[in-house]
Design a protein around this ligand. Structure first.
Ligand code: SAM
Length: 203
């Protein structure tokens, strides 16, 4: 391994640890201070209807950490199979579950197995169900051409290998399938001191 490759691998490992720590903290202690919008305040800012937020379990709403509203364009229909990539505490999976109904399927994928358990508990409390797989967005644990719609909210920016994530999304989508992604991008080249800071990258 060259020095540059070693440095990259070590930064990626550090970033993964920080991501696990940070979003676990949002799930466990949503009232703590974070330097990003989260919880009901964020969901309202992104136009999640109040009746969804009243109906979803308080825990799923309080730990919401998305950066936008993928439901505005997802056009989910009863019976569809939906992937929620980086499903976190489960609010987006719950909303998707209500829309696809009992004949549909929602599959969450999250790096953190504890998040998956939390999301499944929250989905059950919301009167819907979700199957959450603990795994990585760079190797989505689903077969080829197995989902109608992939949602993702604030997750792809966290990856070191964004092209690989997009390739994986296209692999698991059925022909004619749809993507609804909300994420953050920078119009400016970020300085190396920002890029190399796992705390800034993870948030
Ligand atoms: C910004 S939160 C978004 C959570 C959820 N979409 C929401 O709106 O509340 C990011 C989530 O992505 C998960 N995550 C981060 N990196 C991941 C990866 N490489 N593969 C799968 N999930 C990942 C984190 O564990 C966390 O739950």
């Amino acid at each position: 391994m060259t020095e540059a490759v070693e440095a990259q691998a070590s930064l990626e490992a550090e970033l993964k640890d920080e991501i696990l720590r940070m979003y676990q903290e949002v799930a466990d202690n949503p009232r703590s201070e974070f330097h990003f919008y989260h919880g009901r305040e964020a969901a309202e800012l992104f136009d999640y209807p109040a009746d969804w937020l009243d109906r979803a379990p308080a825990e799923a709403v309080a730990s919401f950490a998305g950066v936008g509203n993928p439901h505005l364009r997802s056009d989910l229909k009863p019976g569809e199979t939906v992937l929620d990539l980086g499903s976190g505490a489960g609010l987006d999976s719950i909303v998707a579950g209500w829309q696809v109904g009992p004949s549909g399927t929602v599959i969450g994928v999250d790096l953190n197995p504890a998040m998956c358990r939390k999301a499944q508990t929250n989905a059950a409390a919301a009167g819907t169900s979700m199957d959450c797989r603990s795994g990585s967005m760079e190797d989505i644990p689903l077969p080829d051409a197995s989902v109608d719609v992939a949602l993702s909210n604030g997750v792809i920016n966290l990856s070191f290998r964004k092209r690989r994530v997009i390739e994986e999304l296209f692999r698991v989508l059925r022909p004619g399938g749809r993507l609804s992604i909300t994420d953050i991008v920078s119009a400016k080249q970020l300085s190396q001191s920002i890029v190399n800071d796992p705390k800034l990258w993870a948030s």
